[in-house]
Structures are given as structure tokens and as C-alpha cells.
Design a protein around this ligand. Structure first.
Ligand SMILES: [Zn+2]
Length: 290
């Protein structure tokens, strides 16, 4: 199946937004005060996760100019059920082009945290080699019968199209809704952003390899030495910096670098579904973590 990976640039590297642009995070474009969603649990304003534009192949919203807006509550992390599609602690809705206002939306008075902003400059088309028949199994119990080799072909980064890369169960998929994309907890880059404090991916401390066989005498000697000396302190892990750009150990779907994105729990993934109807399609968003 075909899928599309966004080629993103951090907003901090770009001029100020002057027109609608697809993006991850930041301040939403074109929404009125009334349209900025409030969390049904804590009643505070939610944070924008993404704005995507209708595209007949990449994301079919049924009409030119329609925008899909995805939000979640960040005001009470762990408290509000932003992972649940039915909780009202997230929002996924379509805006018609004629409903879009000009300019960035006004930030509500309760100051929702603003997610790091990355704008989508173009999309890269890819193929996962999952057949139409196998794709159907990603939405029901047949998923558990799929060979690991097939599941491993599924891209686990932010994208539109394809099938979901489930962290937990396909049972969370809303009935009769169509999967249209997923949001990773990381923003991935095809090329390292310019502005950076680039640092390598955090690694666990290296375990020294024994290279030579030691004689029994030396083993005894080192045993006595160890018993006298206290153990050396373990090497601390480098501190995790949410604004740093990390280099992938291995290139992921063509992406070489990443930075932290939205908080979907531990190694989480957000899933976007729509249900088509006569008017605007209805959107669903939920996330899973390990
Ligand atoms: Zn809330």
C-alpha cells in the first residue's frame, strides 16, 4: 500500500506563517475562538497536534480545501484521557475551506501548551508492499495471525496512508471508520535541521568486552582486587533534552534525525481515522503506548 511521509522543517528555521500550511504542532491556522476545542474532562483548551489538507490520494476528505485538525489536551497530562477517541480529551475534526479564517488563531486565555511546530514542505510517497488482503487484517483479530515479517514492513513514523503500526491492539479502531494516518511521538527529518545542538541518540553505557582468556591466577588476583575496591559508579545516561535533535542509529524510512514531539506516553503512537458521511467526514483520534 502507498503511504506518505511528511518532509518537515522546524518553524524556527522558517519565516512566519503567512498562509495555510500543513503542519505538526504550533498554533492552528484559521480557526475561530469558538472552534479551538476544549477538553471535556478538565474544560481547558487543547493543543494542536496537526493540520492536514485534503488530497485525493494522500488523505481523502471528500472535497478540495478541507482541513483536518487534530488536537489533544495537554493541560493535565496523565489526568485527562487524551488516549481515548471517545473521551473528548482530544479532538479530530474537518473544517471547510470557506470556514477557515485568515491568519493564525488567537491563543485562548487559559494558555494551552503549544507543541513544537514543524511545517510540512512536501510529502514523500512510499510503498510498504502490504497487499490489500493483508491490509484488512490490521483492523480485526486476524491481525494476530499475520506473520511478524509482514507486520515489520509497516512504517512506524508519522505518515498518511497505509495501515496502522499498532503498539497495542487493533480493537481500539473505531467501527466502520477508515484509517488515514498516524502521528508518532517523534518528529522525523529526512535531513538534519540547520539550527542544532545535534547530539547522538542516547546510548546505554558500554559493557567492556573480555578479549583475552585470563589465567586462573589472574582471575584470583582480580577477585581480591575487586573485593578491596568498591565498584566503580555506572556511567550516567546523557540527559534527554526535548529540544535536541537526535541522530538515528539506523536510518528510519529515509529519516536520519528526530526530535521529541507530542507526549503519547512511552514510545506512543497516535492514530487518525475518519468516517465518511454526506457532509464533512467525522474524525477520530486516539493513542497507544508501550
Ligand atoms: Zn483536559
Amino acid at each position: 500500500m502507498r503511504y506518505y511521509i511528511p518532509d518537515i522543517k522546524l518553524a524556527s528555521e522558517l519565516p512566519q506563517q503567512k498562509k495555510f500550511q500543513e503542519k505538526l504542532g504550533g498554533i492552528p491556522w484559521g480557526l475561530s475562538e469558538k472552534e479551538w476545542p476544549k477538553c471535556k474532562e478538565c474544560h481547558k483548551s487543547q493543543s494542536l497536534l496537526a493540520q492536514f489538507l485534503h488530497h485525493p490520494e494522500r488523505m481523502d476528505l471528500g472535497k478540495e480545501g478541507r482541513v483536518l485538525n487534530i488536537f489533544m489536551c495537554n493541560q493535565n497530562v496523565g489526568g485527562c484521557s487524551s488516549w481515548d477517541a471517545e473521551s473528548g480529551a482530544n479532538a479530530c475534526f474537518v473544517t471547510e475551506s470557506e470556514e477557515m479564517q485568515k491568519g493564525l488563531s488567537t491563543i485562548p486565555a487559559d494558555n494551552p501548551p503549544i507543541e513544537k511546530e514543524a511545517r510540512i514542505t512536501k510529502w514523500k510517497e512510499k510503498e510498504d508492499k502490504i497487499s490489500e488482503k493483508d491490509a484488512k487484517a490490521f483492523y480485526n483479530d486476524k491481525y494476530y495471525d499475520l506473520e511478524e515479517e509482514k507486520i515489520s514492513k509497516v512504517s512506524s513514523i508519522t505518515r498518511l496512508g497505509g495501515v496502522p503500526s499498532w503498539i497495542q491492539t487493533p480493537a481500539d479502531a473505531p467501527a466502520r471508520a477508515i484509517f488515514i494516518g498516524q502521528l508518532s511521538t517523534h518528529y522525523n527529518f529526512f535531513k538534519a535541521p540547520k539550527e542544532i545542538n545535534k547530539i547522538p541518540e542516547p546510548q546505554p553505557p558500554e559493557i567492556p568486552q573480555k578479549t583475552k582468556k585470563r589465567s586462573i591466577v589472574r582471575k584470583l588476583f582480580s577477585f581480591f582486587r575487586r573485593s578491596k575496591k568498591s565498584k566503580t559508579a555506572p556511567t550516567p545516561m546523557p540527559a534527554y533534552d526535548p529540544n535536541a535533535i537526535y541522530e538515528h542509529k539506523k536510518v528510519v524510512d529515509g529519516c536520519t534525525h528526530y526530535t521529541e514531539g507530542p507526549n503519547f506516553g512511552d514510545c506512543g503512537m497516535g492514530y487518525i481515522f475518519i468516517k465518511k458521511s454526506k457532509g464533512k467526514p467525522k474524525g477520530y483520534f486516539f493513542w497507544q503506548c508501550s
